[in-house]
Design a protein around this ligand. Structure first.
Ligand code: AMP
Length: 190
């Protein structure tokens, strides 16, 4: 099973992606986590990404594309995976298409987590991360909505995009996701 999660920060996509990985033996590929690790380890890529992350802006496409490609090009490349937080631009979606095509890997589904903005802002007020100040959150949401329309249309045209409400208990949201993925994954081996 190979799944992409799209959704604004605070929509629960991180929680659901990780749960899906744990329960189905899939590899978690979260670009937010990868970027924070690169930043904290002061790698050259992390240093370049740092100011964009601090400002709540998207990191340039080529940096994120490189991180994802590096992970999928490793000798131990995962067969089944969940991608969380990528692609966030249409250019990233095209880069991922090319990467997956070169590896003959198809996507099972793209899950879009839907949560109203005011609920997102309410949820993130309780978080401790230093990049979650309200003005940063609003900047990230605005950027998210600007880009998402194009990405959503891209995957809708491929017939693999599904919307799931991110409101409700974690288990209920998880069950809604599984109702989409079980039929979609069919006889895939991973
Ligand atoms: P996240 O934890 O997914 O909210 O990501 C934290 C920060 O990392 C974002 O605010 C962006 O600055 C950066 N980031 C994560 N994923 C991407 C991506 N696919 N494209 C550009 N920037 C990203």
């Amino acid at each position: 099973m190979r799944v992409i999660f799209l959704g604004p920060p605070g929509s629960g996509k991180g929680t659901q992606s990780k749960l899906l990985c744990e329960r189905n033996n899939l590899t978690y590929l979260g670009t937010g986590d990868m970027l924070r690790e690169a930043r904290d380890n002061h790698t050259p890529l992390g240093e370049r990404a740092k100011p964009f992350m601090a400002a709540g802006k998207l990191v340039p496409d080529e940096l994120v594309d490189e991180l994802v490609a590096e992970r999928l090009n490793r000798p131990d490349q995962p067969c089944g995976f969940v991608i969380d937080g990528y692609p966030r631009t249409l250019a990233q979606a095209h880069a991922l298409d090319r990467l997956l095509e070169s590896k003959k890997l198809g996507l099972t589904a793209v899950i879009v987590m839907v949560v109203p903005d005011e609920e997102i802002i309410r949820r993130l007020r309780g978080r401790q991360r230093d990049d979650d100040k309200e003005e940063t959150v609003r900047a990230r949401l605005a950027e998210f909505h600007r880009q998402t329309a194009f990405i959503a249309a891209h995957y809708r045209a491929k017939g693999i995009r599904h919307e799931v409400s991110g409101i409700g208990q974690i288990e209920d949201v998880y069950n809604s996701i599984m109702r989409i993925l079980q039929p979609a994954s069919g006889c895939q081996s991973c």
